[in-house]
Write a protein that binds this ligand. Structure first.
Ligand code: ATP
Length: 331
């Protein structure tokens, strides 16, 4: 049966990189139907609303959503979509590419970030001229489902260790609710997947000094957001970093980078992050072999130096997308 994909190109380089990714999907033997819907900063300026009801409705009814990038309206668009579609996992892999300068070429880790609560629950108060607060919400339910996802993912992908990242020495109530829950879940996987925990500040250092010590990281929303950008920096920057937001019924796939206003409209943005994101979409939609093939094609394209300017090449966004497609067996 044809699967429906809603594309929300957004602002800045979003339309360029999602365009390249969709062209690739159209060149693969997959039964997908695409429809494009607006959202983002430009739309808000024009209409007063960053995420129209029709876009939200289409995203809710789709089999998968491909999102480009939005700038200042991220909370209204990205966070809202994640919450409405209950995509409780934010999956952010970081792998070194051969041919790209990298601090440690053996880096290969995946961050499984809880995507619905923590300091991103939207509970902020302006109490007085002097005092503002934000509430960190950590529930057992969300901690349990993210932990289970991380361990299942490790097992399915043949990864050996899950590391839970926290700050329970300073945030004992919320920190221990998360940590105790992950530990409980870890017991179900004893003998199959190793388990350890680590403080977030130490983790920030080890990601730079010894990224090989990590395999699958599971953590709360804010820590996951920051650590995954740090990890992206290790292997060549945001243009290479994909992400997948996954729930029981929905998937939203988006490059980690933002709108990159400094290079927008010039067809020079690196489409790799968007292309690898649709690789995750293919897996989610039931095409795991094609997903692997696409990932290999990206690796080969980069290793051959067929890249955009940010990686030292001279291809445009569109040309790099085509180069990847040509390296699959289907072009
Ligand atoms: P936003 O406000 O939307 O987050 P930003 O510029 O603050 O935008 P990013 O869009 O993530 O944040 O960009 C950070 C830097 O990385 C910029 O210099 C940008 O040009 C570069 N960059 C981001 N995405 C890409 C890409 N796909 N290809 C090449 N460079 C990129």
């Amino acid at each position: 049966m044809t699967k429906q994909v809603v594309v929300i190109p957004g602002d800045g380089v979003g339309p360029e990189v999602t365009g390249a990714a969709v062209d690739i999907l159209k060149g693969l033997p997959v039964d997908l139907d695409f429809s494009t819907y607006p959202a983002g900063d430009k739309l808000k300026k024009e209409t007063g609303k960053a995420l129209p009801d029709e876009t939200l409705q289409a995203a809710t009814e789709a089999d998968a959503v491909l999102l480009g990038a939005v700038g200042n309206t991220a909370a209204e668009v990205v966070i809202r979509l994640r919450q409405e579609l209950d995509t409780f996992v934010n999956l952010r892999p970081t792998k070194a590419f051969s041919g790209v300068d990298c601090i440690n070429p053996n880096t290969d880790l995946v961050i499984v970030r809880e995507n619905t609560e923590c300091l991103y629950s939207g509970i902020e108060h302006d109490l007085s001229d002097n005092v503002t607060t934000a509430t960190r919400v950590i529930t057992k339910r969300a901690s349990e489902r993210i932990a289970r996802y991380a361990f299942d993912y490790a097992r399915a992908e043949g990864r050996s260790r899950v590391t839970a990242i926290h700050k329970n020495n300073v945030l004992p109530v919320t920190g221990n609710r998360f940590l105790d829950t992950v530990e409980e879940v870890s017991e179900e996987y004893e003998g199959e997947v190793e388990y350890e925990d680590l403080l977030v500040d130490a983790t920030a250092m080890y990601i730079v000094m010894d990224p090989e010590r990590f395999d699958v990281i599971v953590t709360t929303n804010l820590f996951g957001d920051i650590l995954s950008d740090e990890a992206a920096g290790l292997v060549g920057g945001l243009g290479l970093s994909p992400s997948a937001n996954i729930g029981d019924d929905h998937g939203i796939f988006e490059p980690v980078h933002g709108t990159a206003p400094d290079i927008a409209g010039e067809n020079v943005a690196n489409p790799t992050a968007a292309i690898l994101s649709v690789g995750y979409m293919l897996k989610f939609l039931g095409y795991p072999e094609l997903a692997t093939e696409l990932e290999t094609a990206v690796d080969e394209t980069i290793a051959a130096g067929q890249t955009t300017l940010d990686l030292g090449g001279d291809l445009s966004t569109t040309e790099m997308g085509q180069a990847v497609l040509e390296r699959t067996d289907y072009e």
